[in-house]
Write a new protein. Structure first.
Length: 161
């Protein structure tokens, strides 16, 4: 839920992504009130990232575009994992953090449903985590991509809930 994806001025704006902010906030508030760890998994690209051959330059480390939208800013005890690829697990310490916290179940929110959400959720499932993607707290590049990814997660991968 970074400015470059959620804000209309963002470099890789996902139309309508701002509409899920209240739903993501609901999930964050629920977790905080229950003492459940909150982990942000954020793109943080270098200016010459090879991904920019596929996508417009976005979420460059240290820029406004790489910051979490104001409404969802992390709280002091929240954990932030920075990633450079679609999956939150690829090249990060996310798996180690989850193991250290003895977390076995994930609730996933954010953008984009058919890219970062899907690949992070699939990687989590492959590692044995129970994964629930919150349908009203994710947004896709297009409605078709969004529906495809949710269908993959619910029908093909059959996540345990």
């Amino acid at each position: 839920m970074l400015n470059d994806f959620v804000h209309p001025r963002g470099a890789l704006y996902i139309p309508g992504a701002e509409k899920i902010i209240p739903n993501v906030k609901r999930e964050l508030d629920r977790a905080h009130q229950s003492g459940i760890p909150v982990i942000y998994v954020n793109d943080a690209h270098q200016p010459d990232d090879p991904e920019f051959k596929v996508w417009p330059k976005h979420a460059v480390e240290g820029t406004w575009g790489a910051q979490v939208v104001d409404e969802l800013k992390p709280q002091p005890n929240d954990i932030i994992v920075y990633k450079i690829s679609y999956s939150g697990f690829y090249g990060t310490n996310l798996h180690n953090i989850l193991r250290e916290l003895a977390i076995s179940r994930l609730r996933v929110t954010g953008v984009a449903t058919s890219i970062c959400v899907l690949y992070t959720a699939v990687d989590a499932l492959m590692r044995g985590y129970e994964v629930e993607v919150i349908p009203d707290a994710v947004a896709g590049l297009t409605p078709e991509d969004h529906k495809f990814a949710l269908r993959q997660l619910t029908e093909v991968l059959k996540p345990r809930r």
